[in-house]
Every structure is written in structure tokens, then in C-alpha cells.
Design a protein around this ligand. Structure first.
Ligand code: CA
Ligand code: CA
Ligand code: CA
Ligand code: CA
Length: 115
């Protein structure tokens, strides 16, 4: 449940601002992620969001997330959860791994779509 919160926080943090603006959608965070508008979020739509979120969060562009960069968007213990190897920064691989876990957790029926 905690891991699911990271994805949910990120969606809330990004979908309302630039993502919703780009897509012209704002009625819900899910709609902002659903690029093809089929009413569900596919694995690839979610992966696009993962890449987008990582780049947006990495404000100094060094290819890793510092605790500050994570804390700007997600409250709580997100950094500790994301930093799998405990080296004090979150790599893109660590970030995608957690986001994919979040996707699987949220996809309760396992059909690869969130709806
Ligand atoms: Ca879709
Ligand atoms: Ca960084
Ligand atoms: Ca790390
Ligand atoms: Ca599903």
C-alpha cells in the first residue's frame, strides 16, 4: 500500500500541472495518463509517465534523484522506499522498478490495464 502511494502521489503532483495541460484533460488524474483515451491506463502509458516523472523530478539533470528532488513531489518515506540499494540517490532503474511494482499492485486483475 505504501508503494502504491508513491505512484499515486506522482500522478497527483504531475497530472494536474503540465501533463493535464499538454493533453488538455483535467477532469481526473487517470484521464491525464490515458493518452489514447480508451478509459484504461496501459503498461506503456504508465511507462511513458514513469520516464516523464523521473525527468521532471531530476531538476539538476544528473540522472539520479536526491532526497530533496523526491521530497518536492512525494511526502513521507518515498525516498527510502525508492532507494533500493541505499546509496543515497535514486537511479532511473530504481525508480522504474518501484513504479512497475506500483503498477502491478494497482492492477488487481492482472490484465495489464488500470481502469
Ligand atoms: Ca489508454
Ligand atoms: Ca538529480
Ligand atoms: Ca540508489
Ligand atoms: Ca486491470
Amino acid at each position: 500500500m505504501i508503494s502504491r502511494t508513491i505512484a499515486a502521489c506522482l500522478v497527483a503532483s504531475f497530472a494536474t500541472a503540465s501533463f493535464a495541460q499538454q493533453s488538455g484533460l483535467n477532469e481526473s488524474h487517470l484521464n491525464a495518463l490515458d493518452k489514447d483515451g480508451d478509459g484504461a491506463i496501459s503498461q506503456s502509458e504508465f511507462s511513458d509517465f514513469t520516464v516523464f516523472a523521473f525527468k521532471k523530478m531530476d531538476t539538476d539533470g544528473d540522472g539520479a534523484l536526491s532526497p530533496d528532488e523526491v521530497d518536492d513531489h512525494v511526502v513521507g518515506d518515498a525516498f527510502k522506499i525508492l532507494d533500493d540499494d541505499g546509496d543515497g540517490s535514486v537511479s532511473e532503474a530504481e525508480f522504474s522498478k518501484q513504479m512497475q511494482e506500483d503498477f502491478s499492485t494497482a492492477d488487481k486483475d492482472g490484465d495489464g490495464q488500470l481502469n
